[in-house]
Design a protein. Structure first.
Lengths: 267, 266
């Protein structure tokens, strides 16, 4: 047991190191994320001019919302990745599936390694820009900060599960780009990444709180800002956790089906 | 004439090959439609809570959004070859292009054509048409012509950025996202009226990468708006200059890159 965990952690470590290689790519990505943060922050500042609270947010809170969503964007990987789908398409996945370790967990830990890298080299710098140049707000409480990190890990796992699902779909669709685009498009809006769900028409906002997407982005941010506190916060965290379990099990089932298909094709 | 014929015959070959995987193609078109459509849905939700942004209403913002999105998405669709250029350099495929008896520029333009982006184009057009109709500029031929010219101008503008961005690949093997700042980021920034930004940021959008000429200045004319920044009236008509002044150095830069190209040898 301990040995297996060590193997998975090794995968995370390796993917962290691998990410370190792409320095120029990271600087340019950082510039792009920061640009988007600045634009969105100015948009909200203009909207909130001479206004008090709107949809439960004041201007510093909405700036902080924008800063954190941009900071965790790459940590969570909300734009999706075709890494697994491409491995299926090229046939590389066959070799991976032959190994006596769980492919799903290998990929999850690789994502953890990448997420940790992006936390330090993408997330923190963007947060720093916000701290220096904009009016922002501290986490609601120390507990909120702590739970923010737990929620963030769950957010990584939900997004990973979606990506894995898209990847596995390539066994049937061959080209997963379309499915990926549809999933990602829905996720960008429904996750509360672009806009807090409290800005949505109220019925839609309520529905969103029960969907898995919200756990990709809004739940951690809302916990940081104290928009979810007490029982609501616990309930939102439990929903996030429940979706992680459901999606991971679902993915596992799909992977089993895919492996059967793989054997039929003969690799 | 020969080149135009060549362009269309090569593009039609690419389109036929893309149509081979029909289900995948249709799903990608839908995916592209949705990914950008949610952008505008978010804007609509915002205007459910606010009446205006610095005096601009939802459909006026829709006009800005529609103009910049149509311009960019068409530019992106036709310059797909430049988008894939970094991979071409890395794999040494560019050498093959240099050996062929045809213009390099033309070959790049015809190396790929991203028809799947039609999802994005149609979404942008839809927003533009609805916005025009809501604002009530549907039956003014002068303004519609002006709008069409401005949009074509915007396409040239974005194409220049994409070409200049691809040229960087001649020197940096690692693909860079930096041009995205002024393409995707440019679309985002120009979806809202210029006066919402602070002075330093406005200066970037006017003087360094003059994105405001894509839609803000032409839109001021179309909407008969007073410019709160107090720039002279004729600035509204200067936009073709901006894209020409960007396209010429972009092509020069490209040619310079081609001249100094050294193969990766792989």
């Amino acid at each position: 047991m301990l040995n297996t965990i060590q193997i998975y952690i090794e995968f995370a470590r390796k993917s962290f190191q691998q990410s370190l290689q792409y320095r120029i790519a990271n600087y340019s990505g950082l510039a792009v994320n920061t640009f988007f943060f600045i634009v969105r922050a100015y948009v909200f500042m203009a909207l909130f001019e001479n206004r008090g609270d709107v949809a439960g947010y004041n201007v510093t809170e909405i700036i902080t919302f924008t800063g954190i969503t941009q900071a965790i964007l790459m940590v969570v990987g909300i734009f999706g990745t075709l890494e697994i789908a491409n491995a299926v398409k090229s046939g590389e996945v066959a070799v991976e599936l032959m190994k006596p370790i769980d492919y799903q967990f290998v990929m999850l830990f690789r994502q953890f390694g990448r997420s940790l890298y992006y936390f330090f080299f993408r997330g923190l710098p963007i947060f720093l820009v916000m701290m220096i140049f904009f009016k922002w707000t501290l986490p609601h409480s120390l507990i909120a900060l702590l739970l923010f990190f737990i929620s963030l890990i769950l957010a990584v796992m939900i997004t990973f599960s979606f990506n894995f699902m898209v990847g596995m779909s390539a066994f049937w669709l061959l080209d997963a780009r379309g499915f990926s685009g549809i999933m990602m498009g829905a996720g960008l809006l429904l996750s509360g990444f672009m806009l807090p769900v409290s800005f949505f028409p109220s019925k839609l906002g309520k529905i969103c709180e029960w969907l898995p997407y919200i756990g990709q982005s809004y739940t951690p941010v809302a916990i940081y800002l104290g928009k979810y506190t007490g029982m609501t916060m616990i309930s939102m965290l439990l929903r996030q956790f429940a979706w992680v379990v459901i999606l991971m099990l679902f993915d596992k089932a799909i992977m089993r089906l895919a492996m059967r298909k793989l054997i039929i094709q003969g690799g | 004439m020969y080149y135009i014929k060549l362009y269309f015959s090569l593009i039609s070959a690419i389109l036929r090959s893309q149509m081979q995987y029909r289900t995948s193609f249709i799903m990608q078109v839908i995916g592209n439609f949705i990914v950008t459509f949610v952008d505008f849905i978010a804007i609509m939700f915002i205007f459910g809570k606010f009446t205006d942004i610095k005096g601009w209403t939802l459909w006026e913002v829709g006009l800005l959004y529609g103009m910049t999105s149509v311009s960019f998405s068409v530019a992106e669709m036709v310059t797909r070859g430049f988008d894939l250029f970094s991979r071409m350099i890395r794999l040494g495929e560019f050498d093959r292009i240099l050996l062929r008896p045809s213009g390099i520029f033309l070959q790049l333009m015809t190396s790929d054509f991203d028809l799947r982006k039609i999802g994005r184009v149609s979404q942008a057009l839809l927003v533009l048409i609805i916005s025009c109709q809501k604002i009530g500029i549907g039956f003014e031929p002068l303004k519609l012509t002006f709008l069409a010219v401005a949009i074509v101008n915007g396409m040239v503008f974005y194409m220049a950025i994409i070409i200049a961005g691809a040229t960087i690949c001649f020197w940096s093997v690692e693909s860079t996202e930096l041009p995205n700042m002024f393409t995707y980021g440019g679309v985002e920034a120009t979806s809202y009226p210029l006066p919402i930004y602070r002075r330093w940021f406005r200066n970037i959008l006017v003087f360094i990468v003059p994105l405001v000429f894509v839609n803000y200045f032409p839109a001021l004319f179309i909407l008969d708006k007073v410019d709160p920044l107090g720039l002279p009236y004729f600035v509204r008509f200067l936009f073709p200059l901006a894209s020409i002044m960007l396209m010429i150095p972009a092509i020069r830069f490209w040619n310079y890159g081609v001249k100094h190209y050294q193969s990766t040898g792989s």
